[in-house]
Write a protein that binds this ligand. Structure first.
Ligand code: SF4
Ligand code: SF4
Length: 415
């Protein structure tokens, strides 16, 4: 690796050296208490898949370039020089971590390995070895933000087809206006995803509630965050913020995507509108009587998977349980749950990568958790989690069905 490349990577590391980052890099006592927190280590018990193992990959390089002991006495400080091999290890560490932050909850010092991996991801961008799939997806989201005018008509015609499905589900006489867009003065801007399900089911719910709403032209998912590029992350998130401001909405509602919710709700500072998850909104509609569901419509055993970014890192725990509680007569909690819930293994952009075997292995603990409940239906509220739970289901031949919470509600509305 030449000096120029080393300079680029260490400059990027420096740009991420916030106070918490330095604390996390310096403080670990290697007590090993975090070992058993990581779902990857549970499924693949190798030291490099422990939280501390991942962090040490980064710490050795940090010591070499940012601490005198590492610079002058590399063997004492276990410092590591940057080279291609070191960067391969950085990539393995960063893109085997979902950023679920379960290890942080179990570390006596609150060391946030997920946050440390944001520095690792930035180093990979500097080394030009970040996963190509994520680079392409983040770039196309940025491009769409720059030239939205070119995409609008095509998107409107796709949405026109979806309005007919919404019409059928609601039993209305006309599909017109069931999925409004560019609806200036609406109360709510809803940011969905590319899949029809993330538009149709919420549209059914918004219409049933008589909500004044508008569908965003942008997908909520933030591939800039998965890639670990702070500028692209900010740009992708701000596309939706700008649209919300232009329309003058009071509330931005984020679809079932935990990372998008966490970014838009918790990482953009103060915004001139409220940010909610669709899960919080459904719960509110039910409590206010704006929608009604068929009480106890589902009698088979049901469990709920807490998406890490919505639950542990977003604080939404009780709302999905209240909603499921109205619909299902046999709800069974996974153990542990809420902030201690095990990650399914799909976050951090991992479901977008060619790594199915790894994800099945790292999903072993989720398989065990679900099986222990005896549930036949697994409900969750995050696109990545649904994809990963489906991968776990087929990987282990499980006899369960996986459903989005919005689908469960839209299919069981009392209209
Ligand atoms: S629990 Fe915390 S201090 Fe202990 S090894 Fe893990 S990260 Fe380091
Ligand atoms: S953030 Fe999650 S995936 Fe990453 S090391 Fe910690 S427990 Fe493992």
């Amino acid at each position: 690796m030449n000096r120029e490349k080393i300079g680029t990577i260490t400059d990027l590391m420096k740009s991420r050296l916030t106070k918490p980052m330095q604390y996390y890099l310096d403080l670990c006592t290697r007590c090993g208490l975090c070992y058993d927190s990581c779902h990857v280590y549970y499924g693949i018990p190798k030291r490099e898949y422990t939280p501390v193992g991942r962090a040490e990959t980064l710490r050795r390089i940090f010591r070499k370039y940012f601490r005198p002991s590492g610079r002058f006495f590399p063997y004492w400080g276990e410092a590591r020089e940057l080279d291609d091999r070191a960067m391969e290890e950085v990539r393995e560490a960063a893109f085997s971590c979902t950023g679920c932050r379960r290890c942080m909850v179990n570390c006596p010092f609150g060391i946030d390995t997920g946050y440390l991996m944001t520095m690792a991801k930035l180093m990979l961008i500097g080394n030009e070895t970040a996963p190509e799939e994520l680079v392409i997806l983040a770039d196309s989201a940025v491009e769409k933000g720059k030239s939205i005018g070119e995409f609008k008509e095509g998107f409107k015609s796709v949405v026109g087809d979806l309005e007919k499905i919404v019409q059928e589900k609601l039993g209305r006489s006309s599909p017109d206006g069931l999925i409004p867009m560019d609806n200036g003065g609406a109360s709510v801007l809803y940011a969905g995803l590319a899949g029809a399900h993330s538009i149709v089911n919420p549209a059914v719910i918004f219409n049933a509630a008589g909500e004044s709403w508008s569908l965003s032209f942008f997908e909520a998912v933030n591939f800039g965050a998965f890639l670990g590029d702070p500028e692209k992350m900010q740009f992708i998130a701000n596309r939706i913020v700008k649209e919300a401001i232009q329309l003058g909405v009071k509330e931005l509602v984020i679809t079932e995507c935990g990372t998008a919710y966490r970014i838009q709700r918790h990482m953009l500072g103060t915004l001139p509108f409220k940010v909610s998850s669709i899960v919080e909104v459904i719960d509110r509609y039910l409590r206010e009587g704006r929608i009604k569901v068929k009480a106890g419509a589902i009698s088979e055993p049901v469990t709920y998977h807490d998406p890490c970014q919505l639950g542990r890192n977003g604080g939404v725990f009780e709302e999905p349980r209240r909603i499921i509680g109205e619909l299902c007569t046999d709800f069974r909690e996974m153990t542990p749950n809420r902030e201690h819930n095990w990650c399914c293994g799909g976050g951090g952009g991992l479901v977008a990568l060619d790594n199915e075997k790894f994800r099945v292995q790292s999903g072993l603990v989720k398989r065990d958790q679900i099986s222990a409940t005896g549930a036949k239906l697994v409900v969750t509220a995050c696109e990545n989690c649904v994809s990963q739970l489906d991968t776990i289901k087929s990987g282990y031949g499980m006899d369960v069905e996986v459903k989005y919470l919005t689908e469960l509600v839209a299919d069981n509305l009392l209209l």
